[in-house]
Design a protein. Structure first.
Length: 472
């Protein structure tokens, strides 16, 4: 109560005090609080609120506290509510009563917002580095299996053959978007609210822009009411983190399926697999499953923050104390998930032969055959119908499309009402021509557009990604 109890006669109920304290959570902000306080001292000195000698004393005391924090020798006092009061009292114990001048011109409202923005800025940078690490692992895996074929699926059914590298690069695209979203959130968060006070602005002529520059902010907030209660930057960062976790969960889901012997596409290393306490045959992709399982917690944290914010009037409300735990947890989950997924991908074994075998199942070259018919003058809807008939014929005798006879192909063409298809039914070379397009290799070669799975296109995208990520 030493910081705010002057107008109270009684003491807080211990239950209320315990309920309201946050030191167990916001101790995470300690180093950021020190940085913000050192910059605030400079602002107070420029405004003439503290003398040069007092400023030197405060800076030295804060630097000493920083050293103690880094050494892990600071003991937190729950009775002092939060990290800000703990550090202020620790500073007074170190430098004496001059520490009581430190809080001049600021409130815990703008102080905590400043600290949280500083924390978010460095944490976002750390996350970005780990996203790049996973991208590198994916690109290097794609390089090692640049020519491997696999089936791509829609509706969880075989659709078309693609290069395995093309599939992996899809995740690189997702991760690049994640990097962009977090960078956007970081940019909007990187403005200083310090000097906004409790709600109306500081009562001293502080040079807010100079303090902001000292802290590495791009500028300052321009409305003290908004600044004191703004947590858009928390919600926006959480949304970016949640979407990144959704992408990791999708990758984890595929690793779980692909490592199942029924697929047999990949094998997770022993380091990223677990066994069963009962079943000696089991080889479980537990790390991937945990990534998938933790994604909903992060999604829930976004929902929780938005639900909290939607009911608040302007200005600071104590509800905002609840912003930190979900932010810290979500960022920690993403950080750990990125690390474990990068490790798993880096050690992944790929069975190219099994993937190629699967790429020949499910008649997934059908659209390539239809496209060839279009090139021969058949309207696409008619070509679609003809190839459907070819699939039906192949399925009936358990054959592949490239194993159909000239007679079977001519019959399907002859059943069409398309003039070009009817003409092709009479062409003795039509069967061989269509069979040549019905192989996975021929099918992927047709997708020769930017973003397509043709080998030259994938090689170019893979080279571009490798160059961007500094991979030889």
């Amino acid at each position: 109560m030493k910081t705010w109890g002057g107008r109270f006669e009684g003491r807080p109920d211990p239950r209320a005090a315990d309920f309201g304290r946050s030191i167990e959570v916001d101790a995470e902000l300690a180093l950021d609080d020190i940085d913000g306080s050192i910059a605030h001292v400079s602002g107070l000195e420029r405004a003439g609120v503290v003398s040069a000698a007092e400023a030197r004393t405060l800076r030295a005391g804060l630097a000493g506290l920083r050293a103690d924090l880094e050494a892990g020798t600071v003991t937190w006092d729950p009775a002092l509510e939060d990290v800000h009061m703990n550090l202020e009292f620790a500073l007074e114990a170190r430098v004496g009563p001059v520490a009581r001048k430190l809080h001049t011109g600021r409130s815990r409202n703008d102080q905590v917002s400043t600290d949280l923005r500083l924390w978010l800025r460095r944490t976002t940078d750390e996350l970005d580095a780990r996203i790049v690490g996973l991208e590198r692992a994916l690109v290097q895996l794609a390089q090692r299996h640049a020519g491997a074929l696999m089936p791509a699926h829609t509706h969880v059914q075989p659709a078309q053959p693609v290069l395995f590298a093309h599939h992996l690069l899809a995740y690189v695209e997702m991760l690049e978007r994640d990097r962009g979203r977090l960078a956007d959130a970081r940019r909007r968060a990187n403005v200083s609210p310090l000097g906004s006070g409790a709600i109306a602005g500081a009562g001293f002529r502080l040079d807010r822009e100079a303090v902001a520059a000292e802290l590495g902010f791009d500028g300052v907030t321009h409305n003290s009411i908004d600044a004191s209660g703004d947590r858009d930057f928390v919600a926006e960062t959480l949304a970016g983190v949640a979407l990144a976790m959704v992408h990791l969960s999708r990758l984890a889901e595929e690793l779980v399926w692909w490592s199942n012997p029924r697929f047999g596409f990949v094998r997770l290393s022993d380091a990223f697999s677990t066994g069963s306490s009962m079943l000696p045959n089991k080889r479980n992709p537990d790390p991937a499953e945990l990534v998938r399982g933790r994604a909903p917690r992060v999604i829930g944290n976004v929902t929780g923050i938005l639900a909290m914010l939607k009911g608040l009037p302007l200005g600071y409300q104590r509800d905002l104390q609840e912003d930190k735990a979900p932010l810290f947890e979500s960022c920690a989950i993403l950080r750990g998930s990125l690390e474990v997924m990068a490790g798993a991908i880096g050690e992944l074994e790929v069975d190219e032969a099994r993937m190629a075998e699967a790429a020949g199942e499910g008649f997934i070259t059908a659209v390539a055959v239809a496209d060839r018919l279009v090139e021969r003058g058949v309207a696409f809807r008619a070509a679609h119908h003809v190839v459907g008939a070819l699939v039906r014929a192949a399925e009936a005798r358990r054959a592949q499309l490239d194993e159909l006879t000239d007679e079977e192909i001519a019959t399907a063409l002859g059943e069409s009402d398309d003039e070009a298809a009817l003409a092709l039914a009479q062409d003795p070379a039509a069967g061989a021509d269509l069979r040549s397009q019905a192989t996975p290799i021929a099918a992927i070669g047709r997708a020769d557009v930017i973003g397509g799975t043709a080998p030259a296109r994938v090689a170019a995208e893979l080279a571009a990604a490798a160059a961007r990520l500094g991979i030889a």
